[in-house]
Design a protein around this ligand. Sequence first.
Ligand SMILES: Cc1cc2nc3c(=O)[nH]c(=O)nc-3n(C[C@H](O)[C@H](O)[C@H](O)COP(=O)(O)O)c2cc1C
Length: 498
Amino acid sequence: MHESFTSSDVRQNALLQYWEKVRLDSFVSAATNDAQSTESFADLKAILPDILALSFGGRGEVIEGRRAGPVQARTVPSAGALYPYEIFVCVPEGLTRENTYLFRPDQNSLVAYGATCASEMARCAEISQRLPNQPDAVVVIASRPWLSMKKYGDRGYIYSTLDAGHAVFGLVAACKALNIDASVFIDIDKHAVIKALDLDNTCIQPVAAISLKIANNIAVNVPLGKGRWERDGRAVLEKPEADERNNWDRLLHPIHERGIAQIPHPLEVTESLFSMLRSVSDNDPSEKAATISTPSIETIYARRSVRGFQNAPVEIKELQKFCKAIDARALTDFAKISAGISAHLALVRGEDDEPCIYQINDAGLVKKNKIIDKSDIASILRERCMNQKILKNLAGLIVLHAPAGQFLAGSNTNSFQAIHYHAAHVAQQMSLAAVDASFGITCIGGFDGRKLSKIFAFSDDEEIIYVLALGIPEDCAVKLDREAVPWAHGGHPSDSKG
Ligand SMILES: Cc1cc2nc3c(=O)[nH]c(=O)nc-3n(C[C@H](O)[C@H](O)[C@H](O)COP(=O)(O)O)c2cc1C
């Protein structure tokens, strides 16, 4: 149990109970209403499939998947390439033959699904009164935790939440690249959305609604031609089998519920360590233009996870450039984490030989302290991340952390997801910022937070939420699915199906 909360805190708070349950270290011992013009309607029909393809669709490359074989790589990462969520898209009445579509990332296609139009979804989700304009489209990301939990056990719930967060911020990044306004809401009426999308008894949980407003000056004059509307057919969701149902039923009550407070958080630009980056840059507009860069379409398609690292150092200059390229601004209603999500880097293969801890903040990289008395810190870091083979030769480990215990104890249910969405947001933007750097990044969900914290000397209430490994990519490395992973998460390789 974490030193900062007492056992009575945990007994009385279902969220803290769940937090304790999914901590990896408990499993791993060893290792307003505008009239809509016809013109913008035409734009919307042309551009919407491409927006979605850019946000989370296939990037035109096949990667090694599970035993089932190769899978289509996507523009967003996912633990084990399992992509445990569905993407529903509600469009204005009359745009096309149906009002709700299911986006199929493997085919980059929109398949007719249901009758709820964009304005109706905005009303159901209780976001219309919080939006300045009637949305052109509303995208609902709904997670299907079982896809991840059948492989990773209870910890898989966290991965499904982080994965959904990457999808949400994949959409936000694509919208920025195309000059489309996107607002992210997680404080939505989930029960009403379940009804509107006919999700009862599907073991699928709506997690976020994103409203899109397409301005006349969209960034691309010519559609990208990647996404398409499926002319025929209708999407039917796969029915859950007994294992999935049992898993769903045993997930703690708060996980299924809307926030206890029932008071929507105001929509505002996310606060994180990167708000500091903005405030510094605001003093000098020229510096702002030079530092924060909106990801381009090419950058989004070029993102991928590194599958192995070379035994080579990373240059500090490159790391500084990377820090300054991160654009973590987004309009959301996320609960604020008092101190934001913060980031530290343990650099073990830098240009100077001494392993050091750096803080990533408004100034880029700030050196904090040397890592002393650690003869082989790179191996120790690897060991604290389940000894994953991919981490051999890593140059550094970025940890995203926050005072999670305090935050969860004093907040409503959505906060549990919000804390992971904040982290996934920062991680997604870091993954994009790494594209133009001379090093590469892989998001890591398999880590022992408590042991890792010791290296960074964090206070007891600071929890590591998410980790990113960085280094010089070994281009020919292959990452086959690791049989050890299900075992290390409390199961046995033979338990993993499909
Ligand atoms: C939440 C999350 C956790 C992940 N954890 C790990 C991990 O522990 N080890 C690893 O090698 N890759 C990890 N990955 C990277 C995925 O394996 C990778 O995203 C997936 O194979 C798809 O490949 P791509 O990112 O190149 O598209 C993780 C990704 C996410 C989003």
